[in-house]
Design a protein around this ligand. Structure first.
Ligand SMILES: NC(=O)c1ccc[n+]([C@@H]2O[C@H](COP(=O)([O-])OP(=O)(O)OC[C@H]3O[C@@H](n4cnc5c(N)ncnc54)[C@H](O)[C@@H]3O)[C@@H](O)[C@H]2O)c1
Length: 286
């Protein structure tokens, strides 16, 4: 087990969203889900700051440069003990990213895996966990036509997948309350190098912005926070004012004229959840 570093002071039990007051310096970063699509877009930028440790339950050489991936399950404590030894920051990407997945396929990777990771991170003295949430944790606001969606509103998932992300945000909040750990959730939009105009409007995170966002979250003077993580064309739907102010996020800006205007009826939805999860009415409670 390692002790919390001396280059940052976090008041235990602090309840505010930004109370650190000292910029964090990380010596060893662990990336979970390192064989996944988001990791492939993140790692080239992250490596400029030093080589992270990598964990994934998928084996194989992968397409990443750098050291081999530690292969194992998030729910295996021995794997986590090895992965977290000497680590002071975690970027957590492992999970099931499919909004159409049924609950049975989401529960272990998205709920139990995250719970095990947080418990082990606490025990190993990890100081900051940056974790992948999703715009689906707030997706019901889309159907209700409420936008721009404020990150400070209560979670309102549009599907079971979004509900797992909302749970993760709540569990992270409990760790913030009960421990000295700092936890930052990023409600990512679709992570892809190229997006159609409609995707760019509904919720898109391009690789360069993903890298800037995660590095900002690693360094930010924030004890706890959950932020919308989208690129500039998506800002009318997902308010990124707090992301820019508190994480120092500087999205790549550009000409908006190539993108369609926001439809007034909420018809451009991020969520492609399964039919049985569809809301009975898109104009329900608000
Ligand atoms: N891809 C997107 O557009 C997008 C958008 C918003 C949020 N996210 C979130 O970002 C994260 C990464 O998404 P992705 O698209 O890279 O997914 P992915 O499926 O491409 O990668 C996830 C990786 O996690 C690993 N993994 C899954 N369960 C694991 C477990 N129990 N133990 C160890 N490793 C495990 C998988 O092997 C895989 O390599 C997910 O949490 C997802 O919900 C993704």
């Amino acid at each position: 087990m390692i002790r919390a570093g001396v280059d940052m002071h976090i008041p235990t039990g602090c309840r505010t969203t930004h109370a650190v007051g000292v910029r964090m310096v990380h010596r060893q970063v662990l990336v979970t889900g390192a064989m996944g699509r988001v990791a492939a877009q993140l790692l080239p930028g992250l490596r400029e700051r030093g080589e992270p440790r990598l964990l994934d339950h998928a084996g194989g050489p992968g397409d990443h440069d750098g050291p081999p991936v530690l292969v194992g399950e998030l729910t295996d404590r021995r794997v986590l003990d090895e992965a977290l030894d000497g680590v002071d920051a975690v970027i957590h990407l492992a999970g099931n990213p499919d909004p159409a997945a049924p609950w049975q396929e989401l529960r272990e990777p998205n709920i139990e895996g995250f719970a095990e990771l947080l418990a082990a991170s606490r025990d190993h003295g990890v100081r900051r966990v940056v974790f992948a949430s999703s715009v689906h944790a707030m997706g019901a606001y889309e159907g209700w036509g409420r936008r721009p969606i404020d990150a400070a509103w209560p979670p309102a998932p549009c599907c079971s997948y979004g509900a797992t992300k909302a749970f993760d945000e709540a569990l992270a909040r409990a760790y913030d309350y009960r421990t000295g750990m700092s936890l930052i959730g990023l409600r990512m939009g679709l992570c892809t190098p190229q997006a159609s105009p409609a995707e760019a409007v509904t919720g898109w995170l391009r690789p360069a912005d993903l890298q800037r966002m995660v590095i900002g979250a690693l360094d930010a003077e924030v004890k706890f926070g959950v932020y919308h993580a989208v690129s500039w064309p998506s800002r009318r739907r997902w308010d990124i004012e707090a992301t820019m102010r508190e994480l120092g996020y500087e999205p790549q800006r550009g000409d908006d004229s190539q993108y369609p205007p926001e439809p007034a009826d909420g018809s451009l939805s991020t969520c492609r959840g399964p039919a049985q999860d569809a809301p009975a009415s898109a104009t329900g409670a608000s």
